[in-house]
Design a binder for this molecule. Structure first.
Ligand SMILES: NCCC[C@H](NC(=O)CCC(=O)O)C(=O)O
Ligand SMILES: NC(=O)OP(=O)(O)O
Length: 314
């Protein structure tokens, strides 16, 4: 494996899940595997979990992680080919990524979408410029359209939690937010849940349809209460408009998940990638209650990253 940027196949997902669960109980078993190697973690946006869990994962494999907050501490990067750089940007991605490629054995990049330039975001332009010019293996720490390490951790968590014999009913439900939020987590969760063979229902208000390239094969049910009936796992997530790109179409607080919403889903476990805005996206009663498996998801981010880095190291 050279790149970890999206769902590959069920076989690869199963292998990574198995590897991650092994590392969860034997975290330092491969301490020599990455010895003498460096991973560069490049952040163009804020992070708590991804930043810490990726470093811990690398350290568990004996690798040296170096974190660069390029948005604040690096030179302003020019991404466009052939640009005349007579404005704010100082260094071209061609030069910067090539230098980073020569410093690191693996590069890991976080690059959120603009939410204004739909075409560029859909093409994952900024992330792919790093891939194109670095020449080394690249891991996505969340790009404009995907967050595969999060989704891998989500799949690990579902596998750990699910004790039933039938397939679990998994529901992705939209939640209110005050800001325009990326589609990456929702897209990726959909991609991985379907790819791993889960039965997925997506529910959201009118006009919040996700990019159909991700939702093909999912059941879309716009009645949230109906969608939540008999759910085994409920993934709560806000996203902004896709058709009306990057827009907040509604902030209807009736969509915020409470116990009342789960009246017909007695055993449902609730998931969220974090950070969560309490009592806006999700109620305290759910977050602090028995249904929440959110802390477990966050912990599994370490082992998801460790499995991926280990696989790239070979
Ligand atoms: N990396 C995980 C989540 C990143 C992003 N959240 C945010 O931007 C939160 C911003 C705020 O709440 O102000 C999202 O939900 O897609
Ligand atoms: N879930 C997640 O990616 O969190 P951070 O943005 O804090 O890394």
């Amino acid at each position: 494996m050279k790149y970890f940027t999206k769902f590959d196949s069920k076989a690869v997902a199963d292998l990574l899940i198995e590897k991650a669960l092994f590392y969860k109980t034997n975290s330092r078993v491969d301490l020599n595997k990455g010895s003498g190697k460096r991973i560069g973690c490049i952040f163009l946006n804020p992070s708590l979990r991804t930043r810490a869990s990726t470093q811990i994962a690398a350290l568990n494999l004996g690798m040296e992680p170096i974190v660069m907050n390029m948005d604040k501490e690096g030179w302003a990067l020019e991404m466009k080919e052939g640009a005349v750089m007579n404005k704010g940007t100082v260094e071209h991605i061609k030069d910067a990524a090539a230098v980073l490629g020569s410093y690191f054995d693996i590069l890991a990049i976080r690059a959120f979408p603009s939410l204004t330039n739909k075409q560029e975001d859909i093409e994952d332009f900024i992330f792919n410029q790093f891939v194109k010019y670095s020449g080394v293996p690249v891991i996505s720490l969340e790009s404009a359209i995907r967050h595969p390490l999060q989704s891998l951790a989500d799949m690990i968590t579902i596998q750990e939690q699910w004790k039933g014999t039938k397939k679990p009913k998994v529901v992705l439900t939209w939640a209110p937010h005050i800001k325009a939020i990326p589609h990456a987590v929702a897209n990726s969760f959909t991609e991985w849940a379907l790819g791993c063979g889960h039965e997925l229902t997506i529910t959201h208000p009118q006009d919040y349809h996700l990019d159909p390239q991700f939702t093909k094969g999912a059941k879309i049910e716009l009645d949230q209460h109906k969608a939540l009936e008999d759910a085994d796992f409920v993934y709560v997530k806000n996203w902004s408009g896709f058709n009306d790109y990057g827009k907040i179409v509604t902030t209807d607080s009736a969509w915020m998940l409470t116990e009342k919403h789960l009246k017909h889903a007695k055993n449902a476990k609730v998931m969220h990638c974090l950070p969560v805005r309490r009592n806006l996206e999700l109620s305290d009663e759910i977050l602090d209650g028995k249904r929440s498996i959110i802390q477990q998801q966050a912990e599994n981010r370490i082992y998801a990253a460790q499995a991926v880095i280990s696989q790239i190291l070979g």
